[in-house]
Design a protein around this ligand. Structure first.
Ligand code: SF4
Length: 267
């Protein structure tokens, strides 16, 4: 069995949701414009480091969705998103703070770590390069809201960064957040992950895999205001027995767990 950060995160959030997705094959329909735009933008970033025309790549990739009925939020529309994307790519080039040497090797890097019982853990890292001259692991994020920067050190608690630090052994990590707002902004956020955090994440993976293999899928519903995880859960329709909600949000793909490593490209 191959595990990924997405799987561990989904199980720790709600084991029932994990079962729906990875065992029963109920996957969320991919109609969120922000998610699809993020993938297009990452392809444009790859083109930037390969010294290709990143703006042209963004247009070409995003063009595929121009006439697709997508779920747009925060007042977004197709035109507005591509305009913001172009502004962010220009700003990124002007900032000139990130370097990725040998981009064909140091972008979208696959890392595999063996677990017990013949299982393995796979991760796809966005990049390894330098930020302001310092070597680090790099994660790109496209978002409509700034990442919180206070209190100091908050980013070091990001479980995805800890996961990637664990699988690579690299302590220095950074998130480059491309913030799509009225005046687009790029945040360059650094953090240092400790050896203790890496070891703890390894223990979390081991214990999560043990619970999955033991067939423990109790629901962790979160119906209390304001942290209501069920409201944003794609599987809410299944828990409520609401057929129309299921049909609007989900598509069933039996055997989906075999394809999970592909999800890492989206994270
Ligand atoms: S709706 Fe709530 S209880 Fe049901 S799977 Fe989602 S998070 Fe879990």
């Amino acid at each position: 069995m191959t595990y990924s950060y997405t799987q561990i995160a989904q199980y720790t959030r709600c084991p029932r949701s994990y079962r729906y997705r990875y065992l029963d094959g109920w996957r969320e329909k991919e109609t969120r414009a922000s998610l699809l735009f993020g993938r297009c933008f990452e392809k444009a970033l790859a083109a930037f480091f390969l010294r290709e025309d990143s703006t042209a790549v963004l247009f070409k990739e995003w063009e595929a969705y121009r006439d697709t009925p997508l779920d747009y939020s925060h007042g977004d529309d197709w035109e507005r998103m591509v305009r913001q994307g172009v502004q962010l790519l220009e700003r990124f080039g002007q900032d000139n703070r990130i370097r990725v040497r040998q981009p064909r090797h140091n972008l979208q890097i696959k890392r595999v770590r063996p677990l017990g019982n013949g299982n393995e853990f796979v991760a796809y890292l966005d990049a390894v390069g330098t930020l302001d001259g310092q070597q680090c692991l790099l994660e790109w994020k496209t978002t409509t809201a700034r990442y919180p920067e206070e209190p100091a050190g908050l980013l070091a608690l990001d479980p995805q960064l800890i996961c990637y630090s664990w699988i690579t052994g690299i302590s220095e990590v950074a998130v480059v957040a491309f913030v799509r707002k009225k005046v687009p902004e790029i945040q360059y956020l650094k953090a240092t992950i400790s050896e203790e955090q890496r070891q703890e994440f390894g223990s979390l993976v081991d214990s999560t895999v043990s619970q999955i293999e033991a067939g423990q899928f109790l629901s962790h519903s979160g119906i209390r205001f304001p942290q209501n995880g069920c409201v944003s859960c794609a599987h809410l329709g299944l828990c409520l027995g609401n057929t129309s909600l299921v049909e609007s949000k989900l598509i069933r793909q039996p055997g989906a767990s075999d394809l999970d490593w592909l999800d890492m490209v989206d994270d």
